[in-house]
Write a new protein. Sequence first.
Length: 387
Amino acid sequence: MRIFLAIPISPHPDIHSSIWKANLHDPLVEMGHEVLLWGEDLLPYYDYDPAAASTVPLRAGFSERLVAAVEAAHREHPLDLVLTYLCDSHVVPEAVTQLRDRVAPTINFFCNNVHQFHLVRRISPSFTACLVPEREALERYRVAGARAIYFPMAASPAIYRPLDVPQTYEASFAGQRYADRAAGILALRQGGVDAHVFGVGWPTTMSGAGDGEARRQGPLAGAGRALAASLRGRNPLIAARDRMAWRTLCADHPGSVHGPLPDEEYVALFSRSAISLGFLVIGDSHRTWRTLRQVRLREFEGPMAGAFYMTGWFDELREHYEIGREIVCYRSHSELVDLCRHYLAHPEERERIRRAGHERALRSHTWRHRFGRMFDMLRDEGVLRAG
């Protein structure tokens, strides 16, 4: 197939990375498809408010550029598919409909739908289909009038593979600092586990982001913010506990916090660590009456890279792995500490689970598996051409 692919290259504007290209572009090329990767900078638009008046002209300009690029590629040689990773801030629904009706089937992939579906609600019904990695979010798409296809995350064995490097960390995590992640790493450090964390927002000053401004505004302003958070259903005590955990981690264990890793070192970290960690809490939902979780890309990258992988408990994970045999899950930070201690003391058990998780990832969780099944289904329905 000839595929027009519009996706961000990096997962974050502050990270020089090509991880999304490696995950979504390269496997399609390996499958033998002709893929036209669009170089337009998509990243800033994910942070724009789709409802803001200031976003309207930006969205209109992006829509024009996207339509022009797709139609130019189609004139050069007919396209079979337009595959995108867009949200409401990028395009107007009419632009998507135009491409769908005049060029080729249009399919949008979007993740973090459990708490950010509002960012794609407007455009989703205009696509031929939407690829949804979170099972919980499927019904939201259907209610909005969109065609939703369950499309779990995956990993490419060409990128994520076991490496022959020295094992230098007992436990590690690579990802942004938010939710209860600092509290989890601090619990491990205080529990005697040599845990290290890498990513945006970790290595910084003791005061923490925004703390200086809070002090300048005084205690009454702080009380006002706490009251406002309470009225929005947030627990300010948990927020304060999170900030304290981060400050304590920076003060007592400064050598355990690190900045983002280049792609090669990110992959190598899975082999450099006896235990690779995952945290599944979404945003600050642990400060509300209902903690939200979702299966992330890391849940497939780690096992594919040959890691012994330990992440938070979530029922949906049982669709992908045998818990306790292929990966390990914890239900609390205290259990996280206990499990890390246990498996560090029992390397034979750890190695058995590591191997089983790697074999399962290779067998079931490559992007080629995901795309192959999706293409077969759409061909059977007549959406895509056979062959």
